[in-house]
Design a protein around this ligand. Sequence first.
Ligand SMILES: [Zn+2]
Length: 308
Amino acid sequence: MKKVISIVLIAQSFLSFAQEISKERVVNIVSTLASDEMKGRKFGTAENDKAAEYIASEFKKDNLDYCFGDSYLIPFEYKGQKGFNVCGIKKGKSEKSLAFSGHFDHIGTNNKEGDNIYNGADDDASGISTVIGIADYFKNKKTDFSLVFMAFNAEEIGLIGSKALSENKDLNPVFNNISALFNFEMLATESQFGKNAVFMTGDEFSDFDELINANAVNDLKVYPDPYKTEQLFYRSDNVNFVKKKIIAHSISTVDMTKAFHYHAVNDDIKIVDADNLTNIINNFAKTIEKLNTKNFAPKYNDKVKYDF
Ligand SMILES: [Zn+2]
């Protein structure tokens, strides 16, 4: 009897935890993107292409469908240079979708002596690890919402990749069904609100954060943006989807008052709080698992601007 009980318990824990993302997995994703071999993933470089291909290969392992055509890689051109955004989708019971994004490009290298590589572990390999982590979590799960996963290129040179993708008419069938977009930007360090806490830009423009907090699992908490004067809502990739009137906010943990690694060569794997990042990814995934088209329909209020 004792044996039977323990087998049942083991089976149960497998069922409820089988899809949890391990810290090793998160560290592996971040350190792959933030490795010296990626040379800072600057738009227009071979390493930037390599980063896009890596993300596409992870989307394939997670059994995502293509957003359009016969590849996860969606090409675009900017000032004569070619690059790719990455997009995958998982069909749910509803056509309506939740979208998850981050940017995989960073700012390359400098010509100084010593460490001259901007690894961009926090900015924004951490966000991409969140996007892939959520795709991992739902690999074998059928959700009510469809789930869209996007990795943007060329953020650092002016939100160019997300602009190109958002304006790509081939993707309108995907974008027209997005109920809300979670743009993950810099989640590698502990927030000023402590662990297991994030802040959301543009919280004053919609009820997105209230709805997430109402469903939040394991005490995950979304705080209002404490850096309002920085205008972060209008300075991140979410904004190209705001222009399309899609509910789109950026989610971050970065403490702007002491983020000395921001666009510095020490933004590497050493500054990543992997326990906190892993916990946040898992808690977001479990929270998202509770959302459906009935309990989650965030709306903008009339304070938001669509043209700027
Ligand atoms: Zn960034």
